[in-house]
Design a protein around this ligand. Structure first.
Ligand SMILES: C[S@@+](CC[C@H](N)C(=O)[O-])C[C@H]1O[C@@H](n2cnc3c(N)ncnc32)[C@H](O)[C@@H]1O
Length: 249
């Protein structure tokens, strides 16, 4: 690697560290009196002692057969997970599924702060085993981590789905959104990052900018349509054919 590339990488690393530190300071002001926030931080430290998410990706990524794009690692910050789950009005009756959960911040916050059940689905074993360890430290019986590939269905059944698919390559995005449409029950809620889920199956509930470990990203909130919306051209053809059937009868 050339010296200029190394310097660029160092610059990006420092800028990112400054961003995460600033966001953690903001979270400390917001959640410093909330026990869930401290418990989560402590469980993460204990579960991840001597290991980093990038270390897991480096060690297991190549053998997973996934592309570099699919393995780009970034994380939902605890305060952002809290705000997202609150916006979706998650409660103890919900089952939250994080598709590609990494360290599992969102499922752990769902269990800790919202008393919801949750599943983190993840293709790399290092995340699954440490996620389970964190849930055990926290005594969260309703939060589970499962090893699996979200491109291959069926997905765990839930009432709320989260897909942090910002960097996914187009074929993986297509496969997981198809699977999601097949698995999610009517009226389920879903969150996607950077692009909206297909409007044929998902009704838009709004969008907002939120903070993640790598910077700001657009978050799309959705609700599963009870019945898939047909494309306008198909609907028009249907109306026309009904009209002509009526006339010929
Ligand atoms: C950008 S990270 C997001 C982690 C987590 N959802 C969060 O927001 O904190 C994406 C995660 O998806 C995992 N992943 C990528 N492709 C996957 C696949 N096909 N099936 C399951 N997990 C996958 C990666 O290993 C990585 O941990």
């Amino acid at each position: 690697m050339r010296a200029t590339e190394s310097l660029e990488l160092l610059g990006v690393g420092l800028a990112n560290a400054a961003w995460v530190t600033t966001r953690t300071g903001i979270e400390l002001l917001r959640f410093g009196r909330s026990s869930w926030w401290w418990r989560l931080r402590w469980a993460m430290i204990r579960a991840w002692v001597g290991q980093t998410p990038l270390g897991v990706v480096r060690r297991e990524g190549a053998a997973s057969g996934l592309s570099e794009e699919d393995l780009v690692y970034g994380e939902t910050l605890p305060g952002t997970a809290f705000d997202l789950l609150k916006a979706l009005e998650v409660g103890s009756q919900d089952i939250v599924i994080d598709l590609g959960c990494g360290r599992g911040v969102l499922p752990l916050v769902a269990g800790l702060a919202f008393q919801a059940r949750a599943v983190g689905l993840e293709v790399l074993e290092g995340f699954v085993s440490r996620g389970r360890r964190a849930a055990e430290f926290l005594g969260l019986d309703g939060v589970d981590f499962q090893k699996g590939d979200f491109r291959e269905g069926p997905l765990p059944r839930g009432t709320v789905y989260f897909l942090a698919g910002t960097c996914l390559e187009p074929s993986s995005w297509a496969a997981v959104t198809r699977n999601l449409a097949d698995s999610a029950p009517a009226r389920a809620r879903a969150v996607s990052l950077s692009q909206a889920l297909p409007s044929a199956e998902w009704e838009a509930l709004g969008r907002r900018e939120m903070a993640f470990s790598w910077g700001s990203a657009t978050v799309f909130l959705h609700r599963r349509r009870s019945r898939p919306r047909r494309k306008r051209s198909a609907r028009r053809a249907h109306v026309r054919s009904k009209g002509s059937a009526g006339r010929s009868a």
